[in-house]
Design a protein around this ligand. Structure first.
Ligand code: UTP
Ligand code: MG
Length: 345
């Protein structure tokens, strides 16, 4: 309803437009009350051959695509604010890499992130959704990992130099591929049928959509693993993973040699030359490593799972060379320099 309201409102201006939900509210990895990501696609190529009149939107002006998108988003924000019943708290975030308009739809009770013509993100959500369909343990594990990351302060509602839920979901999928529960994206591409061929500009978003058509060999050794065992396995896998030299790619389902010096490298499955976790700072990767290790320690030592998911677990014995740093960071993202040099009591 929230997306539909926007679509109906703008359909007079843009006859072929669509407001498509994407992200965690539709990919199967969202919790109750998560934000709704919406992309407004106004320049749909489907042209009716019955009409002699063809809708065309204005081409790119002199200022380049980016400033044009910013102007359009600004206007979209105004339309939402001025005309749409129930929509309030409109915030325009136009300087971001992907300019967005945030607003709250008070009638449906949904917080929205609206962006423009980024169909790639919709196909990405479709891909994550399909992976969730392939094995019943995928969604609970992604959910548990998101919950754990939130509990120990690895993720935040505001964007910044820390890991996102999207990157975490890819880490979980990669782990499932390593233990042979999920197929690689390349396997889904290989199995694609003519109706699956999709391009967004020159980005190839082709992969098998009807996953019931996928031939998979039943692997008994992993088929019986419980979600709790897999959660332990996830933490064990990433405790041993060498983030310094290796990157994660769900395309091949195997680790890659990092092509640059980013502290953590997770291949964007649809644009393979990009790193989806490029934003993450070295300090946050260190924190991730520490917390993954803590979690494993917590679970292996008799494991209090509810505590791990609600409070982020207890701290494992510190890694020697970093212990002051770690202890200071445990409580907040901001490190007080003084705390780094105080003796541990
Ligand atoms: P979000 O950052 O909102 O993530 O990106 P999310 O999956 O909805 O998770 P939460 O619950 O809000 O934290 C929305 C979608 O945008 C696409 C993915 O499909 C993601 O699910 N996306 C995001 C990309 O394609 N590339 C990126 O680098 C980031
Ligand atoms: Mg989202």
């Amino acid at each position: 309803m929230t997306a539909h309201q926007l679509e109906r409102c703008l359909s007079g201006l843009f006859p072929n437009s669509k407001a498509l939900p994407f992200g965690s509210s539709v990919n199967g990895f969202g919790g109750a009350g998560c934000d709704l990501d919406i992309v407004f696609v106004y320049d749909d190529a489907e042209v009716s051959t019955e009409s002699r009149l063809v809708f065309q939107s204005k081409g790119c002006g002199g200022g380049g695509i980016r400033s044009q998108t910013q102007r359009q988003m600004e206007l979209l924000g105004d339309l939402v604010q001025v005309f749409l019943p129930g929509c309030s708290m409109v915030k325009r975030i136009l300087q971001a890499r992907v300019p967005i308009v945030k607003y709250t739809q008070e009638i449906t009770g949904v917080d929205c992130d609206l962006s423009l013509t980024n169909m790639c993100a919709v196909y990405m959500s479709e891909l994550l959704y399909l992976y969730g369909e392939l094995d019943h343990r995928v969604r609970p594990l992604v959910f548990a990992v998101k919950q754990w990351a939130q509990a120990c302060g690895l993720t935040s509602n505001v964007p910044g130099r820390w890991i996102t839920n999207f990157s975490l979901a890819l880490l979980v999928l990669f782990y499932f591929q390593r233990v042979k529960i999920l197929p690689s994206l390349d396997a889904l591409i290989l199995a694609a049928r003519p109706e699956d061929v999709k391009f967004v500009d020159d980005i190839n978003c082709t992969f098998l959509r009807d996953v019931s058509k996928l031939c998979r060999s039943a692997d008994d050794s992993t088929g019986s693993k419980s979600i709790a065992e897999l959660l332990c396995g996830f933490f064990d896998f990433y405790t041993k993973f060498d983030f310094a030299t290796a990157g994660v790619s769900i395309c091949t389902g195997s680790s890659i040699i990092k092509p640059d010096y980013s502290p953590i490298y997770i291949v964007n499955p649809l644009e393979r030359s990009l790193n989806v976790s490029k934003n993450v700072s070295p300090e946050e990767v260190e924190r991730l490593r520490v917390e993954v290790r803590n979690a494993l320690w917590c679970l292996e030592g008799g494991g209090n799972l509810p505590q791990l998911l609600l409070k982020g677990g207890t701290t494992a014995p510190p890694i020697q060379h970093h212990h002051h740093y770690q202890r200071a960071m445990k409580h907040s993202r901001m490190v007080t320099v003084k705390d780094l040099f105080t003796e541990q009591s």
